[in-house]
Design a binder for this molecule. Structure first.
Ligand code: NAD
Ligand code: UDP
Length: 319
């Protein structure tokens, strides 16, 4: 591709789990990538294999602060996503979502760039509507330990739609449901990485609560495909649910991982964290209709690749 047609794409949170996959995919498609990160939960290792490409650039920056850059598209992913990490410094998490959205929307406005927000199923909180549809306004505690993340993401959505109405900005909002795969940080604290590492090491599997709460797990490659389709869509703003609608209880997930790793690990029951949603499953009718997008990778198939990734990290002494 010649430089005139090469799109300049900014990916905030580009060194994180989802961001690193997105950087690779968009770089391979012939774009110029600016991978912006403050390396709070992301690592250079996640994008080390891209660094020699002359169209890939890392920018160490915190989205709390404004940025000036010439870009055509922005994917705003910067924000810690795992509960232990986003609760570590809740004020910073909230600032990352809210000030990050303001700064990136300001940049998009100045550059007349398209901008996609990585929102979350957490905007539905502990949902009373199941499965969750985009027109459901949610059941969110505004003052609990998950609120820094949930309310930060809700406020970011508000800002996106205000910039759309007030400045006619080309916005896209993806509500991402639990996604897993290689490049999750080994100490990330989310359920899939925790259980796989525990199972591979023969340690107890830490179930929070009785394991009857449910989640629906999407393999990373399919989610990234959803992002790219959303960005390429014409006048469609979303919000749109992106996730795999096949639902499992946390206990079922633990048992599946023990079986797939031939592990001797036992289940251990631990206290359920405050405000932990009891059930979560995306209704993806809108994504099917507007983006022709539907995940096909079964949990076992995605887990197989993710187990191989963490097995490799453990053998290298990195997990
Ligand atoms: P992650 O923690 O692996 O990646 C987040 C990245 O953002 C990291 O590289 C981190 O260092 C960076 N970051 C954090 N704060 C920053 C700041 N202030 N300035 C610059 N960079 C900053 O998480 P992920 O799973 O890759 O999630 C990416 C995005 O997708 C997040 O916005 C998250 O809320 C959203 N999301 C993810 C999931 C999921 O299941 N993975 C589900 C819902 C929403
Ligand atoms: N969970 C668990 N053990 C762990 C980590 C998480 O039982 O070691 C549970 C957690 O309480 C939640 C579900 O697994 O009910 C998914 O947690 P995760 O942190 O991955 O994401 P969430 O969907 O809660 O944001």
């Amino acid at each position: 591709m010649d430089n005139y047609h090469r799109k300049r794409i900014l990916i905030t949170g580009g060194a994180g789990f989802l961001g690193s996959h997105l950087c690779e995919r968009l770089l391979n498609e012939g774009n110029e990538i600016f991978c912006l990160d403050n390396f709070f939960t992301g690592t250079k290792e996640n994008v080390a294999h891209l660094i020699d490409n002359p169209y890939f650039e890392i920018i160490r920056h915190d989205v709390e602060f404004p940025l000036h850059l010439e870009v055509d598209e922005i994917y705003n992913l910067a924000c810690p996503a795992s509960p232990p990490h986003y609760q570590h410094n809740p004020i910073h998490t909230n600032k990352t979502s809210v000030l990050g959205a303001i700064n990136m929307l300001g940049l998009a406005k100045r550059q007349n760039a398209k901008i996609m927000q990585a929102s979350t199923s957490e905007v539905y909180g502990d949902p009373h509507v199941h499965p969750q549809t985009e027109d459901y306004w949610g059941n969110v505690n505004p003052i609990g330990i998950r609120s820094c993340y949930d309310e930060g993401k809700r406020c970011a959505e508000t800002l996106f739609f205000d910039y759309y109405r007030q400045h006619n900005l080309k916005i896209k909002v993806a509500r991402i449901f639990n996604t897993y795969g290689p490049n999750m940080h080994p100490n990330d604290g989310r359920v899939v990485s925790n259980f796989i590492i525990q199972a591979l090491k023969g340690e107890d599997i830490t179930i929070y609560g009785d394991g009857s709460q449910s989640r629906s797990f999407c393999y990373v490659d399919e989610l990234i495909d959803g992002f790219i389709r959303l960005m390429a869509s014409d006048d469609f703003t979303g919000p749109v649910n992106l996730g795999n609608p096949v639902e499992f209880t946390i206990k079922e997930l633990a048992e599946k991982i023990i079986e797939m790793t031939n592990s001797t690990s036992k289940l251990s029951l631990n206290p359920l964290p405050q405000d932990d949603p009891k059930q979560r499953q995306p209704d993806i009718t809108l994504a099917k209709k507007e983006l022709d997008w539907e995940p096909k990778i079964k949990l076992e198939e995605g887990l197989k690749k993710t187990i191989a990734y963490f097995d490799g990290l453990i053998k290298e002494g990195r997990a």
